[in-house]
Design a protein around this ligand. Structure first.
Ligand code: TXA
Ligand code: MG
Length: 334
């Protein structure tokens, strides 16, 4: 179980991080979901550095992280009342709202679209950074994707960020292991009047919790990814992927499969809910979706670094609270 107590951030380092953002430099910071690679969202040259560092296509939009829900009106327009309600209930927290953007938002942030993603992360260190930046630059927002190279597993520790981006790309704030461990839920409210709320990416907030505020279960577009792929890079079939091939298997099929692979000389790793014989390296994850999510990316990374031929993943249980995990595992295996 990762230790999720954040290390302390001293005032000098915080001031340095804010100064870097103001100077158009990058700062990697922890959130409750995954680490983000941040830049001043109002500075197109700074935002361009994010795309260069990640190797990410420039038409993939970024989420803008805010310090306060009131700032939503600075960044978005035609905000439906339900957005304020969702913000009140779920912010700070792992929910990103897609809204129509205000005219001033740089196209570099939105990938040229007329919509924008906003969220307030629930991590003490991220909040201190966002508040301090918001004081330095009125209503300032920090544009930040996950702090990994494009298409790779999102980082959930500062060590992962260093492994992805190296030491020199950004100032890296160490906030310990991320307590949620998978990315935020992305809820599209930009066409709310015509189409209602739609989930573009399942994540840290499950659909039934959203339904309590929305009054209906939001439609999920997560599986209809193809047509929207450029708009939501997290919806590309092969995203969140290790370098080692990944295969999903039902529990009942695992023992035979692993025995056959071992006999054939194939070095298999296993990411499972029950220990398995015949795996070269076995990582057993908890049977609880929140705890599973917290450990998922670190475990996949560890298996990926073990020079295996194949990573076999036991298909987790079905149910709303497991949806985001299924989504990430499907993409890791694609
Ligand atoms: O938990 C998270 O969401 C993390 C932390 C750092 O906040 N961020 C994150 O960012 O996962 P990123 O860029 O790796 O994934 C954000 C997803 C992308 O797939 C992007 O395409 C989508 O959000 N997105 C951002 N703005 C959008 C918009 N206007 N319309 C549709 N999708 C959007
Ligand atoms: Mg990402």
């Amino acid at each position: 179980m990762p230790d999720c107590t954040p290390p302390r951030l001293d005032d000098a380092l915080l001031a340095q991080a804010v100064a870097r953002l103001q100077a158009g430099e990058l700062v990697a910071f922890p959130t409750e979901t995954v680490y983000g690679l941040g830049a001043d969202a109002a500075n197109p040259a700074a935002v361009a550095k994010i795309f260069a560092a990640k190797g990410r296509p420039s038409n993939h939009p970024l989420i803008v992280h805010l310090a306060a829900a009131e700032d939503m009106a600075h960044w978005a327009r035609e905000i439906p009342p339900v957005a304020w309600k969702l913000a009140e209930v779920f912010w700070p927290g792992p929910l990103t709202l897609i809204l129509k953007k205000q005219d001033g938002t740089p196209a570099a942030v939105t990938g040229g679209q007329d919509t924008l993603g906003l969220r307030i992360p629930a991590h003490p260190l991220a909040l201190r950074l966002l508040r301090a930046f918001g004081e330095a630059v009125k209503q300032g927002g920090v544009a930040a994707p996950s702090a990994n190279r494009f298409g790779r597993i999102s980082p959930t520790t500062a060590v992962h960020v260093r492994a992805e981006l190296g030491e020199r790309t950004a100032l890296i704030l160490d906030g310990g292991a991320c307590p949620v461990g998978i990315e935020s839920t992305i809820l599209d409210l930009s066409r709310f009047a015509a189409q209602g709320a739609r989930i573009l990416r399942p994540g840290g907030v499950a659909a039934p919790a959203l339904a309590e505020v929305l009054g209906v279960l939001p439609e999920s577009l997560a599986k209809k990814s193809a047509e929207d792929a450029p708009r939501v890079s997290g919806s590309l079939a092969s995203h969140y992927a290790p370098n080692t091939p990944v295969r999903l298997l039902a529990r009942a099929a695992l023992p035979d499969f692993l025995a056959r692979q071992a006999a054939a000389g194939c070095r298999c790793g296993a990411l499972v809910l029950r220990p398995q014989a015949n795996a070269q390296l076995c990582r057993v994850l908890p049977d609880d979706p929140a705890q599973y999510a917290r450990m998922l990316y670190a475990s996949l990374r560890e298996l990926d670094e073990a020079a295996l031929d194949l990573i076999v993943v036991e298909t987790p249980p079905i149910g709303f609270t497991w949806n985001a995990i299924h989504d990430r595992l499907r993409r890791a295996a694609a």
